[in-house]
Design a protein. Structure first.
Length: 393
């Protein structure tokens, strides 16, 4: 029986992972980590009986114990904070670690899992954005296998099966375009929180949904693809595909294009990462091509969605610049969700932090963490500036 740990079990990816595990039936959940939703976390623990659970703080742990008592469920060993996340990631029985936390909080635990030689089902794109070189080099040393759970990178992984990298011309990541694909610049600038969270195709957490609205999510995926597949920025393209049926494509040097199509259901990518190299019957509704009337593609508009351009610039600049951009973006997205800035201010502040960042080689953990801290502080300082002074890109 396979043994799995999950970082971020109460989020969208974590919950879908547990549904896949139920479907597969030959998998034991040995450790779970969650942030704040202790009610749902307690239900998961009661159902899957992990040996270890990690939550955000001592206060969360107390809440979890009360919830477990109410469910008449014996508590597993509980740890908190980063130490708890690392304990879940390094659990000796786990052969696979699903990294599904949101943001930089998953960085160190995922690195520790890689160093321990685990298979990493990676949904936390910030890990490779911040420290792609560090992570991939650690995987080479330990023998860890990194399999992408993001639908786009999972699609690229499937398209590249059996292909030689020398025969690949470029990777093509598809983007839905989000809720503002057809909106004007002014409409995007003045968009409400509710409008930005109304994604047309996918049900996701708040942070990734806002990133999809600004196309920063696609920019982060470009950076992630560079480290997952070893191609340069000039070999990674983005195309807007509103129907989200073609999850991504690979163009070969002979002109052939290989595409992976599927329903808008993350359980497919999760199951692929858990069972690779085998394929098993899925628990999701299959794609019915008879229901597809049209599939359309268009170029992304970098003037209306400047965050995508910022990500390309960060990747080409290299070093700690992607980590700086990621840190600024986490701060600004939360500020938008809290009603402190406009949607368009996310790109403006991200750009200022990135351009003023003193990039260093991203070859060691302390340098990357320092860049993350400094960039968060810089973004917080810019948040206090009058919104009117934020020149749109």
């Amino acid at each position: 029986m396979k043994a799995i740990s999950i970082l971020g079990s109460t989020g969208s990816i974590g919950c879908n992972t547990l549904k896949v595990i139920e479907h597969l039936g030959d998998t034991n959940v040995v450790a779970l980590a969650a942030g704040r939703n202790m009610s749902k976390f307690a239900e998961q623990i009661a159902k899957f009986r992990p040996e270890l659970a990690s939550c955000e703080s001592d206060r969360s742990a107390e809440e979890l114990l009360k919830e477990l008592h109410g469910l008449n469920t014996k508590a597993p060993r509980i740890e908190v904070g980063e130490q708890g996340l690392v304990a879940v990631a390094e659990h000796e029985a786990a052969g696979t670690v699903v990294s599904a936390t949101v943001g930089a909080v998953g960085f160190i635990p995922t690195l520790r899992a890689i160093e321990a030689g685990k298979r990493i089902a990676l949904a936390n794109k910030e890990t490779l954005v911040m420290a792609g070189q560090l992570m991939t080099e650690a995987a080479e040393r330990s023998g860890a296998e990194i399999l992408p759970v993001d639908s786009e990178h999972n699609a690229i992984h499937q398209c590249l099966r059996g292909e030689r990298s020398s025969e690949v011309k470029r990777l093509i990541l598809t983007a839905s375009g989000g809720p503002f694909r057809t909106k004007s610049r002014d409409e995007i600038e003045n968009a409400s929180r509710e409008e930005a969270l109304n994604h047309p195709n996918w049900k996701m957490g708040e942070k990734i949904t806002i990133d999809s609205a600004t196309l920063m999510n696609k920019g982060l995926e470009v950076i992630e693809a560079r480290w997952l597949f070893g191609f340069d920025a000039d070999q990674i393209s983005v195309i807007v595909h509103p129907q989200s049926v073609v999850h991504s494509m690979v163009e070969m040097i002979d002109g052939s294009v290989i595409a992976q199509l599927g329903a808008t259901d993350m359980k497919h990518a999760i199951q692929y990462a858990l069972t690779f190299p085998e394929r098993m019957a899925g628990c999701m509704k299959p794609l019915d091509l008879r229901e597809m009337s049209t599939l359309t593609f268009e170029e992304p508009d970098l003037e209306r969605f400047p965050c995508l351009d910022l990500a390309y610039r960060a990747l080409k600049r290299g070093g700690t610049t992607p980590a700086a951009l990621n840190a600024a973006n986490e701060v600004t997205v939360q500020a938008f969700l809290d009603g402190k800035i406009r949607l368009s201010d996310i790109a403006s502040i991200n750009r200022r932090v990135m351009e003023e960042h003193n990039s260093m080689p991203a070859s060691d953990l302390q340098t990357i963490l320092a860049a993350d801290r400094q960039s968060r502080s810089a973004a917080v300082e810019y948040l206090s500036a009058p919104t009117a002074s934020m020149a749109l890109i």
